[in-house]
Design a protein around this ligand. Structure first.
Ligand code: AP5
Ligand code: MG
Length: 191
């Protein structure tokens, strides 16, 4: 199986590049942000809890996310591989993912770390906010998401460096240029 973690700050292009990766490699896509937004739309208990965190730009508690992820993963049986978008975001989530995949006789193949400066991220998200309808695409929440990213999520790069699975990707340029770097990184570990 080819299991890819696509990683990066809010607005770094995880969702945008995931669409291309799925087409190129025939993978399933799990975006925890998309799953949570669907739960909110569906008015579920999880959605009600999650919306409070999302609006403030904070992380939803690990236990809720890990349970949710396990259920979604079980629905992707017989898959060629999965692209994990927006998960893991904390060390406990990364450890839980490893355990879940190992139990299924597989593991993370590579972690793609999209690197983009904060100023560019803010511009992209404010621009997206004009049309996205996302409750977190406003300046105050964007700033809090970036802070959470730098303090709680960015340290995960070190975890994947130690696992020998980290690939740094320059996340600035055209979508096609960035995708070309991603393809190169994936092909070099998937040969
Ligand atoms: P989530 O939905 O994962 O949001 P995020 O990480 O904040 O990232 P975004 O979806 O905003 O950005 P992206 O990297 O996908 O970029 P995109 O491709 O859209 O999470 C939302 C919330 O849910 C979290 O804050 C948290 O509360 C909760 N949550 C989710 N997962 C969780 C977890 N595991 N644990 C705990 N809580 C969790 O691109 C952004 C914009 O830029 C777009 O408009 C795009 O068109 C544009 N763009 C893309 N590429 C380029 C380019 N190369 N040049 C110019 N513009 C570009
Ligand atoms: Mg996204």
């Amino acid at each position: 199986m080819l299991n890819i973690v696509i990683f990066g700050a809010p607005g770094s292009g995880k969702g945008t590049q995931s669409e291309r990766i799925i087409q190129e490699f025939g993978l399933d896509h799990i975006s925890t942000g998309d799953v949570l937004r669907a739960e909110i739309k569906g008015g579920t208990e999880l959605g009600r809890i999650a919306s409070k965190y999302i609006e403030k730009g904070q992380l939803v508690p690990d236990e809720l996310i890990i349970d949710m992820l396990a259920k979604v993963l079980d629905s992707k049986e017989n898959s060629k591989g999965v692209i994990f978008d927006g998960f893991p975001r904390t060390i406990p989530q990364a450890k839980a993912l490893k355990k879940m995949l190992n139990e299924r006789n597989t593991d993370v193949t590579v972690m793609l770390n999209l690197q983009v400066e904060d100023e560019e991220l803010i511009n992209r998200l404010l621009e997206r906010g004009k049309v996205s309808g996302r409750s977190d695409d406003n300046l105050e929440t964007i700033q809090s998401r970036l802070k959470v990213y730098h303090t709680q999520t960015a340290p995960l790069a070190e975890y994947y460096i130690q696992e020998g699975k980290h690939a740094a990707i320059k996340g600035v340029g055209t979508i096609e240029e960035i995708f070309a770097s991603i393809k190169e990184a994936v092909n070099s570990v998937n040969a």
